[in-house]
Design a protein around this ligand. Sequence first.
Ligand SMILES: O=C(CO)COP(=O)(O)O
Length: 262
Amino acid sequence: MTNRIPLMAGNWKMNLDHQEAIATVQKLAWTLKDAKHDYTAVEVVVLPPFTDLRSVQTLVDGDKLDVKYGAQDVSKHSKGAYTGEISATMLAKLGVSYAAVGHSERREYHGETDTLVNDKVRALSAAGISSIVCVGEGLDVRKAGEHVPYTLAQVEAGLAGLTDEQLATVVIAYEPVWAIGTGEVATPEDAQEVIGAIRGKLAEQFSQDVADRTRILYGGSVKSSNVAEIMAKPDIDGALVGGASLDPEEFAKIARFQSHVG
Ligand SMILES: O=C(CO)COP(=O)(O)O
């Protein structure tokens, strides 16, 4: 038995300003309260744009909400002349619990590499923030049947040289690029194949203990209608949800996936 607590994280991407963020998190928290959601059984996290974080913090602290929040990216640098960057310590000061790193959109549009991902994980760990390290193959790689080795290489390089202490703050999200925002969800079997392989890789690269305790999420067109079958797979510990997380009632249903299981 493992004690990996399922994690449902909503990546808002570049959507919802700080006022919309307040309304959305309020609605999410109320919906989950009505459903008597047990946050110790399924952790619920939102990843709003940076400009929303202070407002979300004020709401969460003021109303003592159990919803956690995080960032979609972070700088590898700790401070200084890095125009436009946001440091892990700045995020920690805003009560941020998680930050995504290496999202495929950042890899594609901002040239983010596995080496940079590795530096960002280190910076976040030093600030006490959990990384959600995103990996996953594009359609060409999938078609070539290379999706497992491709994704495992991202894991290997992204986490290279990390200590047990640094790994303790890492969550991995497997997001096949062809399933992001396309409505084309990987089958639960596809997701389990790669996520199971990632867990095997963690055992080989680090230890069985690290493999057993690290949470690995699936991301790519997750909705309330498909989350339960994805979560039924043994190695899948949660979901990184894009579009569907912008609707707080839909995202609450995703977090309540167990109530859909027979
Ligand atoms: O990229 C994603 C989450 O990080 C997935 O996005 P969608 O859920 O919109 O496919």
